[in-house]
Write a protein that binds this ligand. Structure first.
Ligand code: ADP
Ligand code: MG
Length: 349
């Protein structure tokens, strides 16, 4: 990095929407040839910050400097930021669905009074995108649109590139490809601001990391100085065990799931009972059998020794009871019961 590396500075930015304070005195700095990661939970103010730094939103207080030049307020702020070399790929992409890929890119050049690059097709080919310049944006899936949003920003060869959750809609393959493109830009000296809530991704990419919570910066760390647990704690404001308590199997009860009187189109009234319920039916049947058949209970307890008929009846009752015990276990297994299984630790995205 040389002394002339581009620098984006946000100083003391505050912003409220309808009286609700969303950003409190936020400052950060991005430098050419380095990637600054900004992480925070949903609703922590990341996109608002990016929009202010891009000129889309005006801060209530504070200032944005691009290469030491202040970003003026007002409706021309976005164009001004672009002319100073700052481009942004927004979380909610700003593409025109009815236009082609090439026309969308041409439009973003027109917006700052520049013609569409003559070698646009070659520029796009370098990014190895999974769509062509003449494809209509409406026909692209969400992942492809997100890639286009980033590629469009990169086509301008910006000095500062801000990416707001660029991989949110991307599968692993496209996300890896995008990471490669971002590294290339960094190596070319671009100052990159990379907003994400995927910490492993940020760990791979960012040289420095800024954590924001409820619109307040919690700290900025060099990449070797942080681990995921600490960052999650800063993001959520509580130890990770509180946010992600260890999961334990249910105790004390055999029932993992009970669904009663479930109704639907292919069945009318259906009950998935648990093991004890089935066993109880067995006991009830056995008792009914003993009581109704020859007043057997009285005879069994009054007459010793038992007749062969009474022995037969007892045997039959025992067989019925055991059969229902086995049936109960089968029902439980089908309902997903059994011994508690260890649950893997939650993965931090
Ligand atoms: N235009 C707006 N009007 C009112 N509230 C907004 C607006 N934009 C964002 N917010 C609110 O500001 C907070 C921060 O939002 P945002 O910057 O999008 O967070 P993040 O990108 O970290 O998820 C949220 O509570 C959100 O509802
Ligand atoms: Mg956001």
């Amino acid at each position: 990095m040389t002394g002339s590396a581009i620098r984006l500075e946000a100083k003391g930015l505050s912003k409220a929407f309808s009286g609700i304070q969303v950003l409190h005195d936020v400052s950060f700095e991005a430098v050419g040839g380095r990637i600054l990661g900004i992480v925070g939970e949903n609703g922590s103010g990341k996109s608002t910050l990016i929009k202010i730094a891009s000129g889309v939103l005006q801060p209530d207080t504070g200032q944005v400097l691009i290469g030491d030049r202040p970003l003026p307020g007002g409706s021309r702020s976005v164009q001004h930021a672009r002319r100073l070399g700052l481009m942004t790929a927004y979380q909610d992409t700003s593409l025109v669905a009815e236009l082609s890929v090439a026309d969308n890119i041409a439009l973003s050049f027109n917006a700052i009074g520049q013609p569409r690059p003559a070698d646009l097709d070659e520029i796009l080919a370098r990014y190895e995108l999974p769509f062509g310049p003449s494809d209509t944006v409406a026909a692209l899936g969400p992942g492809a649109r997100q890639l286009l949003e980033v590629a469009r920003a990169m086509c301008h060869r910006p000095r500062v590139l801000m990416l707001d959750e660029p991989t949110a809609a991307l599968d692993m393959r496209f996300a890896a490809h995008l990471e490669e493109l971002i590294r290339q830009s960094r190596d070319e000296g671009v100052a990159i601001v990379y907003v994400s809530h995927r910490l492993e991704e940020v760990r791979r990419l960012a040289d420095r990391l800024t954590v924001i919570r409820d619109g307040v910066i919690q700290g900025t760390y060099d990449s070797q100085d942080w681990n995921v647990d600490d960052i999650v704690e800063l993001m959520v404001g509580a130890p990770t065990e509180l946010e992600f308590p260890a999961r334990t199997g249910p105790t004390g009860s055999k029932n993992r799931l009970e669904v009663r009187e479930l109704t639907g189109s292919i069945f009318s009234r259906y009950t998935i009972a648990n093991r004890r319920f089935v066993q109880l039916i067995g006991v009830a049947l056995v008792l009914t059998l003993l009581v109704t058949e020859l007043g057997a209970l009285n005879r069994i307890f009054d007459t010793v020794p038992l007749t062969s008929e009474q022995w037969g009846l007892c045997l039959l009752a025992a067989v019925v009871f055991l059969a229902f015990c086995e049936l109960g276990k089968l029902v439980e297994r089908r309902a997903g019961g059994g011994e508690p299984q260890p649950v893997p630790a939650p993965e931090v995205a």
